[in-house]
Design a protein around this ligand. Structure first.
Ligand code: ATP
Ligand code: MG
Length: 260
């Protein structure tokens, strides 16, 4: 496999004032053309991992290695713009880096919302807004796209369509994609690899492997059964994936904040 775009080795991260680390001994990597999705309960450290990879949060130990000059397009979980504030899509695409009209039009076309440039941000549907966020993240021609819950607020067909769009972008640009998502069924259908996180890496591997992993099923319970069913029919004749499954320590560790 080609060299990793970004790689975490034995990351420990603690937030100030917290009595235990948010992330312990997290190791993972993303390669070009891979769609990697991080799943885990609320408060399990997914956004913290994303921010540590981006260098926005300093690990207390371990390290993050980025390919030299890596161009990253990032959509954070919470976008700090007031959607009610008057601003056109065109203007939004020029923040913080100015783009010309042709670039703006092209990127809106690519993300499936052509001609929306003069529309107010506040007038967009949830799905259109997510596509505009993706459009802005694509403007820098990223080699790695990092999307923290980009499908929040979308309905099921919207989520499926969004993943299809990500696959198209990957095919066109060769970018690697790191996503955080709660929609297990779509994740399992559309990711190349899944990382199951709960303060540490519970398990990671192909969707088939993760959906059958006891750690994953312990974490997601009944919801996990549905994703397991996706692959069960292959079970009798598909054993060559066994070694791809990287087990982590016991998944039962919960952070105090998760009980809230
Ligand atoms: N800046 C911060 N300072 C202190 N604690 C923080 C900070 N950011 C996150 N935390 C805590 O770290 C833990 C993990 O938070 P994080 O946002 O990474 O979780 P998450 O898996 O992304 O959750 P969600 O699914 O709700 O987005 C939580 O207990 C959270 O309260
Ligand atoms: Mg989060």
């Amino acid at each position: 496999m080609s060299a990793a775009l970004i790689q975490a080795q034995s990351l420990d991260v603690s937030h100030p004032g917290a009595d235990r680390p948010v992330l312990s001994q997290v190791s993972m990597a993303i390669h070009p053309r891979e769609i990697v999705t991080v799943v885990g309960p609320n408060g399990s450290g997914k956004s913290t991992l994303v921010r540590a990879l981006l260098g926005q949060v300093a690990p207390s130990s371990g390290q993050v290695r980025r390919a030299q000059g890596l161009r990253i397009g990032y959509v954070p979980q919470r976008v700090h713009i007031e959607r009610a504030m008057p601003m056109t899509v065109r203007r939004f695409l020029s923040l913080p880096v100015r783009v010309n009209d042709a670039q703006a039009a092209a990127v809106l076309e690519r993300t499936g919302v052509p001609g929306l440039g003069q529309r107010q941000i506040s007038a967009l549907s949830g799905g259109q807004f997510q596509r505009v966020l993706l459009a802005r993240a694509l403007l820098n021609d990223p080699q790695l796209l990092v999307l923290d819950e980009p499908t929040q607020g979308l309905d099921q067909p919207g989520i499926v369509a969004f993943y299809r769009l990500i696959e198209e972008v990957r095919a066109e640009t060769g970018a690697g994609v790191l996503m955080v998502s709660h929609d297990l069924l779509v994740v399992m259908r559309a990711s190349d690899r899944v990382i199951c996180l709960n303060g540490h890496v519970c398990c990671q591997g192909t969707p088939q492997v993760v959906s059958a992993a006891p750690e994953y099923r312990a974490l997601f319970g009944a919801e996990a059964q549905g994703t397991l069913a996706l692959y069960r029919h292959r079970h009798d004749h598909d054993h060559d994936h066994v070694d791809e499954h990287v087990h982590g320590p016991d998944c039962g560790h919960h952070h105090p904040a998760q009980k809230a």
